[in-house]
Design a binder for this molecule. Structure first.
Ligand SMILES: NC(=O)c1ccc[n+]([C@@H]2O[C@H](COP(=O)([O-])OP(=O)(O)OC[C@H]3O[C@@H](n4cnc5c(N)ncnc54)[C@H](O)[C@@H]3O)[C@@H](O)[C@H]2O)c1
Length: 392
């Protein structure tokens, strides 16, 4: 199969490596010659690393690299069977690209976008044949992260999502189908990991180091929310939060925080600028957490209840299946467990009690429990196994 990738930045380069290694001929296009050069060098370096680790033979690495054709000429996309764009996150620019592309590629060429936050229906609306358009959302770094969200737009023809899912699976990835709703699965369900942690900080319940300690040491998350936000960068993470909030018609569950907005405005983006929630100066002293187990459990259960509620609500609204939701959070953001499995382990009734107690205290819509969580508790069921829950 001949695959075209447009945009050779962080995502485009990674995706090009994935598909070239899977045996496809890849035409990689960028409007910026330097970006194209950087992508080529980074793919070659990554392939070399894989051979050094014994994960790829030297012959396969050389053949993969030879299948990659960097170009600045969109005319060379004339024989592509699939084109995936990973250019700047701007609706008008993406629409213009697909208008031009559609004039060139064969009529049965699949058109795809790697957008994180735009509506696929809106991008597809620029196409003359929107039924061949679909979302294929990789995670960064694409060669490492296994999850790929597959998002049919309302215009996408029946059956295309399944074809694309099988194709992505043949690349060694874990594809999950999801609806064209803001944040798809991962960027929607993961919001409270950041938002609720910040809320706990703002209320003075615990400091940054203690909250991170609770989530990592007691919860088993690889990184605490503050260390993770500093790693992602507050420019990126704050903008995603704002965009999801607006896309959900300002549902208070997704409300951004002033704490993060101020860091963003100050240019304290996190690791990359030397300061965020933590100080990354060479002589900075890392703050010590308060290792109070009871406090830590309160923090963990509050954040977890909010995350579980988000996953349950996505299930209630048929954003994705149970299996897709579990795979998304374990393979897309490396959570130690799927959130539905975690709900079953804690007991759905315990999760509901935590949310209802928060709702009673704050009277904020943010803490409203999903009707599905309430129903599962009322019927004494679990999310993943259908036997009755143990008596709480
Ligand atoms: N970075 C992430 O973590 C991440 C994860 C998943 C999805 N995405 C999405 O992937 C897309 C790309 O993100 P990125 O982080 O790789 O961006 P990036 O800035 O690293 O790369 C974008 C590249 O596209 C090129 N470009 C811009 N407009 C173009 C055009 N009209 N024609 C050809 N090339 C053009 C730029 O020169 C640049 O090299 C965005 O839609 C983003 O939302 C990003």
């Amino acid at each position: 199969m001949i695959i075209g990738i447009i945009g050779s930045g962080a995502m485009g380069a990674g995706i090009a490596q994935v598909v070239a290694t899977a045996g496809h001929t890849v035409r990689l296009l960028d409007q910026n010659a330097d970006a194209l050069q950087r992508a080529s060098s980074s793919i070659q370096a990554n392939l070399t690393k894989l051979t050094e680790k014994g994960k790829l033979s030297a012959d396969d690495a050389a053949a993969s690299f030879a299948r990659l054709r960097p170009t600045r000429d969109i005319g060379s996309f004339i024989d592509c069977e699939l084109v995936l764009e990973a250019i700047v996150e701007d609706l008008a620019v993406k629409q213009q690209l697909f208008r031009e592309l559609e004039m060139l590629v064969p009529p049965d060429c699949i058109l795809a976008s790697n957008t994180s936050s735009l509506s696929l229906a809106a991008i597809a609306s620029a196409c003359r044949q929107p039924e061949r358009f679909i979302g294929i959302h990789f995670f960064n770094p694409a060669p490492v992260m296994q999850l790929v969200e597959i998002i049919p737009a309302v215009q996408t023809r029946t059956g295309l999502a399944e074809e694309v899912r099988d194709l992505v699976q043949s690349w060694g990835k874990v594809p999950v189908l999801t609806k064209d709703t803001p944040g798809f699965i991962v960027n929607r369900v993961a919001r409270p990991f950041y938002g609720e942690a910040i809320r706990i900080l703002e209320e003075g319940i615990a400091d940054v180091a203690t909250i991170d300690w609770a989530l990592t040491e007691l919860g088993g998350f690889r990184m605490g929310p503050f260390a993770l936000m500093d790693f992602i960068g507050h420019d990126v993470n704050y903008r995603v939060t704002e965009s999801i909030f607006a896309s959900f018609f300002y549902d208070p569950r997704f409300k951004p925080s002033f704490t993060q907005k101020r860091l963003f405005e100050a240019g304290y983006y996190g690791r990359k600028s030397g300061r965020g929630f933590y100080d990354y100066a060479a002589d900075a002293i890392a703050p010590e957490p308060n290792r109070d187990e009871a406090l830590g459990r309160t923090i963990l259960h509050r954040v977890l209840a909010m995350l579980i509620n988000e996953a349950v609500d996505a299930l209630a609204l048929n954003v994705a299946s149970r299996e897709a939701l579990e795979l998304a959070m374990t393979k897309g953001v490396n959570y130690p467990k799927g959130l539905l499995a975690w709900a079953d382990e804690l007991g759905p009734a315990t999760v509901l009690q935590t949310l209802d107690a928060l709702y009673d205290e704050y009277h904020e819509d943010r803490y409203r429990a999903s009707p599905l969580l309430r129903r599962v508790v009322r019927q004494n069921q679990l999310f993943l196994r259908h036997e009755p829950a143990a008596q709480q």
